[in-house]
Design a protein around this ligand. Structure first.
Ligand SMILES: [Fe+2]
Length: 475
């Protein structure tokens, strides 16, 4: 700090104090000049030296206990000493005031950067976006603010690099080497993992250095925590020929790490809540199904089969979740249908059939008040539509039928055929598969049927029939 202050004083003195020194020289009729600690002149009134023999009077210039330089009068006269000292104090006070102002301006600048970053973060972090989307956008936003540094997101378990900011071709070769291949970062990740495993954890900042084939790299890692566990780090890297990391950059890195920690924790809690809710609803649906011996386990099986189809179709995680919920709850509207109609052994009258056909819309009405389930309502409403448009309740056709509903439609029909109902015995597996195949392009989506038949041929459905479940229970 004192070295920095002396350098700043030497830089600024000539411009800041020349006028003052000139005025003092004229008033005292002597040369007045400023010297650095080595005695070199850095500013002064005298263009000529009055010779080594002339007496000199000196007064130190001190600020906050640091001697910045000296004020010198030639020829020096003891009578001038009080004035020279007062002038030295005046110079020190003015320089100190400017330094303090600079420091305040720097701190304000840093605070502004942090507030600006936090504001940008709050605009990025949206609960309806995935954790991965939020994370990448937060990293990219920070990288833009601290360019040209290398910013990296790594995992605590030493698995491959999760993210790094794009590196231009003119950036130091050592940095480009570091992100070029996963193994190049292994030493940094191993060092972080070693510190993360210590009982006291990795601390708030982990500085380090790495020797690469292209020179040294300095880095600073800040842990990212998900609840109590350290899941990874964000790091700033610089090649040795680049400027050292600044305090402001380190603060931004810490802000980023905190934001990522909050985001990961929030998503983890949301997942846990979702899992808890799902298992509660599964239990509830199973209890409802169990009341009717003919539909016992139906919703659970439709859920398992629909999920198998959706996974084989390669649907993303959010859609798999929608399929799970919609399949489990697809017949929830039957709660509102008279049990005598649902379990009628004989042929249904037209009115009774129309009543049965209201169950998808009734199911939606039951679930509508739950905001978290609104996204799955189309899957429930349309699970009895047909590919050729002859289904209900809306007669939708082809891809106008939501994909989730088309998947459930296949799984639901299959399970209905292999289950015993009040009005008929269970059909065989072969009969069910033949019926599904026969419905390709008329009742069912031609893209889904082959996937379903493939799963059946692989034996993936073998354990998902009422008979198999009955055997398991007996065993
Ligand atoms: Fe149904």
């Amino acid at each position: 700090m004192s070295a920095e202050a002396r350098q700043a004083f030497a830089r600024q003195a000539k411009e800041a104090f020349s006028g003052l020194l000139l005025a003092a020289a004229e008033a005292l009729r002597v040369e007045v000049r400023l010297l650095d600690l080595r005695g070199e002149v850095i500013a002064g009134s005298g263009a000529t030296d009055r010779g080594v023999a002339a007496p000199r009077l000196r007064a130190p210039i001190e600020h906050r206990g640091v001697t910045l330089g000296q004020l010198e009068a030639i020829p020096g006269c003891p009578a001038h000493e009080p004035l020279l000292r007062a002038l030295a104090e005046q110079i020190a006070a003015r320089f100190g005031g400017e330094q303090d102002l600079d420091r305040i301006a720097d701190r304000l600048g840093q605070a502004y950067d942090e507030i600006n970053l936090l504001y940008r973060f709050t605009r990025i972090q949206q609960p309806d976006r995935s954790l991965a989307e939020n994370t990448v956008d937060l990293l990219a936003e920070t990288a833009e603010m601290i360019t040209p540094r290398l910013l990296i997101l790594g995992r605590a378990d030493g698995q491959p690099l999760q993210w790094h900011c794009p590196l231009a071709t003119d950036r130091p070769q050592a940095l480009r080497w570091l992100v070029h291949a996963p193994e190049n970062l292994a030493a940094v990740q191993a060092e972080f993992a070693r510190r993360a495993l210590r009982p006291e954890g990795p601390g708030e900042r982990c500085p380090g250095a790495l020797l690469t084939p292209h020179g040294m790299i300095d880095y600073l890692l800040v842990p990212v925590r998900t609840r109590a566990e350290t899941s990874g780090f964000v790091g700033l890297f610089r090649a040795d020929q680049e400027a050292p990391l600044e305090t402001g950059e380190v603060r931004l890195l810490e802000c980023l790490a905190k934001e990522l920690s909050h985001g990961a924790t929030y998503h983890r809690l949301l997942e846990e809540l979702n899992e808890m809710l799902f298992s509660t609803v599964r239990g509830l649906v199973a209890a409802i199904d169990a009341k009717d011996e003919y539909t016992r386990g139906h919703s659970q099986r439709v859920y398992h089969i629909s999920l198998l189809i959706a996974e084989r179709l390669g649907l993303p995680a959010e859609e798999l979740q929608a399929v799970s919920w919609a399949a489990l709850l697809h017949d929830v509207g039957k709660i509102a249908i008279d049990r005598a109609i649902l379990n009628k052994p004989g042929r249904l009258t037209d009115d009774e059939y129309r009543m049965i056909q209201t169950h998808p819309a009734r199911g939606c009405r039951v679930l509508e008040p739950i905001p978290q389930l609104r996204g799955i309502l189309p899957g429930i409403r349309h699970h009895h539509e047909r590919w050729d448009g002859r289904g209900y309740p809306d007669g939708l056709q082809g891809e106008a039928i939501p994909l989730v509903a088309r998947i459930i439609g296949v799984a639901d029909t299959y399970d209905a055929i292999v289950s015993t109902r009040a009005y008929r015995q269970a059909g065989t597996l072969d009969h069910a598969l033949a019926e599904i195949e026969r419905g390709l392009g008329t009742q069912f989506d031609p893209r889904i049927v082959p996937v379903f038949l493939e799963l059946a041929a692989e034996g993936a459905l073998a354990a998902l029939t009422p008979e198999a479940e009955g055997n398991q229970a007996a065993a």
